[in-house]
Design a protein around this ligand. Structure first.
Ligand code: ADP
Ligand code: ADP
Length: 235
């Protein structure tokens, strides 16, 4: 079952009156439900642009994107925002947590905003996520009291609080040391194992090696892909 399908994506940035740069060139890809996929390539190859395009955050110049049976290009901005809030989770290089909220409230916020479920259900899910990621004891801490690896776990809990069907990561381990990177990748593998589709972009081969399918990008094009066994990498 395909959850996300992009066809012939092109993205051109116009940077001046006479200058433009084509960052995505006829990129097509299909992500199956439950897959754990990474997009790897050098800095500037278009990985982030691809991620933001297929998640409906960035407008494409041409092409089509189907997510969960819906055509993203045909959706209005409010519909897209609602879709992102409820069906997609995002993690970034920086955890981007709010410093005036404690860690638990950072996790709860988007679920309270979505208003789809009772506060009881949301609170229970937050508790279960924090337990599972080993940060339950940090609930009432603020962001200055947690390490980079712990903050990234909070960001993962926040991304999962609305039970998204897909989790997107833009260099989610980019600011972490190798130990914390390994721990975050183990957590992501565990989350994928319980059914959440995951798509990461990274320039780190060790991170890509922890996923089950690696798509290589160069100069805005998909240059190839490699299937790995599910979670059998010891990289
Ligand atoms: P990667 O994630 O692989 O490092 P990006 O998608 O961030 O690559 O960037 C690809 C190219 O697009 C780079 O040359 C970058 O400078 C350019 N680019 C990215 N965002 C913008 C933007 N908003 N406006 C103009 N150019 C951009
Ligand atoms: P990364 O390499 O981690 O993907 P970048 O440092 O390339 O990130 O980009 C960070 C932000 O700056 C992104 O939001 C991207 O869209 C924007 N950006 C990148 N290159 C350009 C550019 N040439 N002009 C305008 N915005 C850019």
């Amino acid at each position: 079952n395909v959850i996300l399908e992009a066809k012939q994506l092109n993205k051109v940035y116009t940077t001046g009156t006479n200058t433009s740069q084509q960052v995505l060139r006829d990129v097509s890809l299909a992500i199956g439900e439950g897959e754990f996929v990474s997009v790897m390539g050098p800095s500037g190859s278009g990985k982030s642009t691809l991620l933001y395009s297929i998640s409906g955050m960035d407008q494409i110049t041409s092409g089509s994107i189907q997510f969960d049976g819906q055509d993203l290009a045909a959706m209005r901005e409010e519909e897209l925002a609602a879709l992102r809030l409820t069906k997609m989770g995002f993690i970034f290089q920086q955890s981007n947590l709010l410093k005036n909220l404690n860690l638990l409230d950072n996790i709860l916020l988007s679920a309270y905003v979505a208003k789809r479920e009772s506060r009881k259900t949301i609170n229970e899910r937050a508790q279960a996520l924090m337990d599972r990621l080993g940060i339950a004891s940090l609930a009432d801490h603020d962001i200055t009291q947690a390490s980079g690896g712990q903050l990234q776990r909070v960001a993962i809990c926040r991304a999962l609080i609305n039970n998204p069907s897909i989790l997107f990561g833009d260099e989610p381990t980019g600011a972490l040391n190798s130990k914390a990177t390994g721990e975050v990748m183990d957590i992501l593998a565990d989350i994928n194992r319980s059914g959440t589709t995951i798509l990461l972009v990274t320039h780190d081969a060790k991170v890509a090696a922890k996923t089950e399918r690696v798509i290589f990008m160069t100069d805005g094009m998909i240059a190839g892909e490699h299937k790995l066994g599910k979670y059998d990498s010891d990289a």
